[in-house]
Design a protein. Structure first.
Length: 577
């Protein structure tokens, strides 16, 4: 393919855009790849769209290779499935909500677990149908508190999301492994330097979860890795094991309950209040009406931690906060955990407990203890383990303690070093949370229903454009790996003379015939402008056809190393293919 810059819809900028703080944002705008259209919303111009499509192609090839099948859902979704799983309320302000002309509630999909689960329920019924893996490459919407850095954190962005459906835990493990392998191949092909770190499952729920972080200063995630072992984790997920005795110091003996005896609301409230973790725990006659609040050390405000309603899962936060509505205990999942390190991530509640066992505490910096959480039926109680090793302050709150560089690695090998990264992929073993919500069962060989277990796997496709640019640039501009570059070769004609232009045309024609895509700078601007644009745009191989043509040579420049080589004009096509 030949792209002529004389007619390409492209204007490069000499100045950095005022709102751009990170290199990828600056350069993608300056080189004419993207333009801001709305807060957190970007338009893709021809060169940018090519990079995006190249990334999508690599992602699709590797997803197809593990047997995942591509489908596509709408982005505009009815609220009911999200009410059924509780995420209509749990997503909070992050969810874009819309009303149609009849007043019905819709949302713009932030992620599609609900829809995929329902789709499989709609089509499949027998154990013989499973396993199945489905994916889409689709636009997602999240009203991010802080959209930033161009396409790095958009409010509208492209995600590849896939979902696996298996009959048992071994199947889920196998699907998870397949995805992990595919992700490694994808990010390797994209030329990324990245780490795979233990992660928290956050808003998705579930157990095993890992993130792929592209190493970059501009990243919003901090991870730690051990100097001596393969241990690596997002700091959010670092679990510091602590002996219970130590962590329970400072709690009055009477308020520590180790055994899952049937609790009364009084003992529960006493315990939670006594732990200093939870301030308000109100209940009506039954344990239906539960409101749990927590406060961060040094903060005046108590934060809503848990709420819950039996039955109808749609809850009105304001009414709940006012204690007007009964609730099942569940967590506000899209809370700002960076700012509120003591928030518990995950679920506390009968539904979640059935789905996930008793493991839902992910943020490690929580007080250690055992609390009871009881469902609407008093007999239905569960033990909640709260885990931390951190110190109490005299008022019963917990001293903030970050995982720091130099701390001992939690696996006992070596010390921790910290670095920053960009979350480019996230894989989860969801388990049965969504299958439970929609009763997704397969009829087993004995005609008994088998509850399906799921995994969910995301890649930030549009974010990858910026992540790659963060790692592949210099002071002059972008330096794309060939796999994603908008062209294979950038051919610059330097000189006014017709023979030079003709020479350029000839080489471009031959390259194109050989399947090499060429960005052809055939404009009548000065060589200086052309060279500056070639550096800025960042195609990995630059061919300069100029004065040397008279001697039968052209110059080939490697954009990454800056190395220039004079090549015989007849050999140049072979040289760059
Ligand atoms: P982050 O921690 O950066 O907010 P997330 O954990 O909320 O991301 P997931 O729900 O795991 O994101 O979504 C899967 C992938 O989608 C992420 O790994 C990331 O690459 C991408 N992604 C998430 N939010 C955005 C966004 N606002 N803009 C661009 N890409 C995003
Ligand atoms: Mg997020
Ligand atoms: Mg994240
Ligand atoms: Mg994530």
């Amino acid at each position: 393919m030949i792209t002529r810059m004389s007619s390409l819809f492209l204007r490069t900028l000499r100045e950095d855009p005022a709102d751009a703080e990170v290199p990828s944002h600056r350069l993608l705008v300056r080189a004419g790849y993207v333009r801001r259209a709305a807060p957190g919303g970007y338009s893709w111009l021809p060169l940018g769209l090519r990079v995006l499509r190249n990334i999508e192609r690599v992602v699709r090839e590797e997803m197809d290779a593990i047997g995942a099948q591509e489908i596509q859902f709408p982005a505009l979704l009815p609220k009911e499935p999200y009410v059924a799983t509780g995420r209509w309320s749990e997503y909070g302000d992050t969810l874009f909500r819309i009303k149609d002309r009849k007043g019905a509630d819709y949302l713009l999909g932030p992620t599609h677990e609900e829809l995929f689960t329902l789709a499989v329920k709609g089509e499949y019924s027998s154990y013989k149908d499973y396993p199945v893996m489905l994916y889409q490459v689709q636009t997602k919407y999240r009203d991010e508190a802080r959209p930033r850095a161009g396409v790095l954190r958009g409010r509208e962005f492209v995600m590849k999301d896939s979902y696996s459906f298996d009959l048992d835990d071994e199947g889920l493990e196998a699907s998870y492994r397949k995805h992990r392998g595919a992700y490694i191949r994808i990010f390797d092909r994209l030329g990324l330097d990245y780490v795979i770190v233990a992660a928290t499952s956050g808003a998705m729920g579930g157990s095993a979860s890992e993130e792929f972080l592209a190493t970059a200063e501009a990243g919003e995630d901090t991870y730690v890795r051990s100097t001596d072992s393969g241990y690596a984790a997002n700091v959010e997920a670092v679990v510091t094991p602590a002996p219970p005795a130590r962590a329970l110091e400072g709690l009055p003996e009477a308020q520590v309950h180790h055994t899952p005896d049937t609790p009364t609301i009084e003992t529960l409230v006493d315990f939670l209040n006594g732990a200093g973790l939870v301030r308000e725990f109100t209940a009506a006659d039954t344990l239906k009406n539960v409101l749990v609040k927590t406060r961060m050390p040094g903060q005046k405000e108590w934060t809503l931690l848990g709420i819950g309603v039996p039955g109808d899962r749609e809850v009105d936060m304001k009414r709940l906060e006012a204690g007007l509505e009964p609730a099942e205990v569940a967590l506000v999942e899209e809370a700002d955990f960076a700012a509120n390190p003591f928030l518990v991530k995950g679920y506390i509640g009968p539904g979640a407990l059935q789905a996930n066992g008793v493991r839902y505490l992910v943020d490690p910096r929580i007080v250690t203890g055992t609390a009871w959480v009881t469902g609407a039926d008093k007999a239905d109680h569960h033990v909640v383990d709260l885990v931390c090793g951190r110190d109490f302050t005299p008022d019963g709150t917990i001293e903030a303690a970050e995982v720091r560089e130099g701390d001992a690695s939690p696996d006992g090998h070596g010390t921790l070093v910290a670095a920053r990264g960009i979350e480019i992929g996230h894989i989860f073993q969801l388990g049965r949370k969504y299958a439970d919500a929609f009763e997704l069962d397969a009829l087993g060989p004995d005609s008994k229903p088998v509850r399906i277990t799921m995994g969910s796997y995301g890649i930030g496709v549009s974010r990858l454009v910026a992540a790659i640019a963060e790692q592949h640039h210099d002071e002059l501009g972008l330096v794309w790996p060939r796999a994603v570059s908008p062209a294979d070769v950038h051919l610059v004609v330097a000189g006014k003379d017709d023979t030079v232009f003709e020479g350029g045309e000839r080489i471009v024609g031959e390259l194109s015939q050989r399947g090499v895509s060429v960005l052809f700078d055939d404009r009548t601007v000065s060589p200086g402008v052309k060279f500056a644009d070639a550096e800025l745009i960042g195609v990995p191989t630059i061919v300069v056809v100029g004065k040397g043509l008279a001697k039968g040579v052209v110059e080939v420049k490697d954009r990454a190393t800056g190395e220039r080589t004079e090549i015989d004009v007849d050999a140049v096509v072979d040289h760059v293919t």
